[in-house]
Design a protein around this ligand. Structure first.
Ligand code: IPE
Ligand code: IPE
Ligand code: MG
Length: 239
């Protein structure tokens, strides 16, 4: 249980995995697992905001998830739009600032509209940044950053030798989030699955076997407890 002396990580990212396994283990269709995961999104966002986490980034759909069966992809596009429609008022009332990370193309217009409406409604909010990674791939993010930088070089606005780590960070989808303190993955897989490759350089990783639809505030607190036991060294020697 989190006590008041615990250090709260500022920027937290979550790979929300295991919806399919949750459903299959109950004899349900994979889609039922995604539906059940919605409650975890809402309770985790509330808890993160209550704890004082500054930014929460949730991996909702990867650039590789288009490979899934068409009916699952179709469901996820509509369901994400529906969740935004249903929950944005509450997120707004909690002063959260919503933003989306990822490529817009080929997301459907009805989803893009809900995304834009959510971003617009919460634009001036000053509470927790709630970032939703939708059609997100870390390699695509780096390719997009490189393309922008290449244009600056071609136009003579930047010398190749002037490209620093900060240059790349400033061209990410969320330039203010070039670093995360804690990354949580549910459902036990020990891999990154193309999430935040640049931003995770010195992030503490926490993998739990809990499946995403079972993830609740206590699970977030548990992850923060473990985070507090880590010695962050950043390559230095810590006595
Ligand atoms: C995560 O759960 C949700 C998305 C990737 C959209 P999965 O659907 O990947 O669940 P598993 O990994 O099949 O159990
Ligand atoms: C990562 O989960 C993507 C999201 C949670 C949105 P996946 O289920 O797609 O990852 P893999 O396929 O197990 O690596
Ligand atoms: Mg999965």
């Amino acid at each position: 249980m989190t006590d008041n002396k615990l250090k709260i990580p500022e920027n937290v990212a979550i790979i929300m995995d295991g919806n399919g396994r949750w459903a299959t283990s109950k004899g349900l269709s994979r889609i039922e697992g995604h539906k059940a995961g919605e409650q975890s999104v809402v309770t985790t966002a509330r808890k993160a905001s209550d704890l004082g986490i500054k930014a929460l980034t949730l991996y909702a759909f990867s650039t590789e998830n288009w490979k899934r069966p068409p009916d699952e992809v179709e469901f996820l596009m509509h369901f994400n739009a529906e969740i935004l429609g249903m929950r944005v008022t509450e997120f707004h009332s909690r002063n959260m600032k919503i933003r989306f990370l990822g490529r817009r193309d080929p997301l459907p217009d009805m989803l893009l509209r809900k995304m834009d409406d959510s971003t617009e409604l919460t634009r001036n909010n000053t509470g927790m940044k709630l970032n939703i990674a939708l059609n997100y791939g870390a390699r695509a993010e780096l390719v997009d950053a490189m393309r922008e930088i290449a244009v600056q070089v071609r136009n003579g606005d930047l010398e190749p030798g002037e490209i620093e780590e900060e240059t790349i960070s400033s061209h990410l989808y969320a330039p203010d989030l070039s670093h995360y303190d804690l990354m949580i993955r549910t459902a036990g897989e020990m891999r990154i699955s193309n999430f935040l490759l640049w931003e995770l350089a010195y992030t503490e990783l926490y993998v739990t076997d809990t499946l995403w639809p079972d993830f609740r505030g206590e699970n977030l607190e548990e992850a923060i407890d473990v985070f507090n036991q880590r010695v962050r060294k950043y390559g230095d020697v810590v006595e």
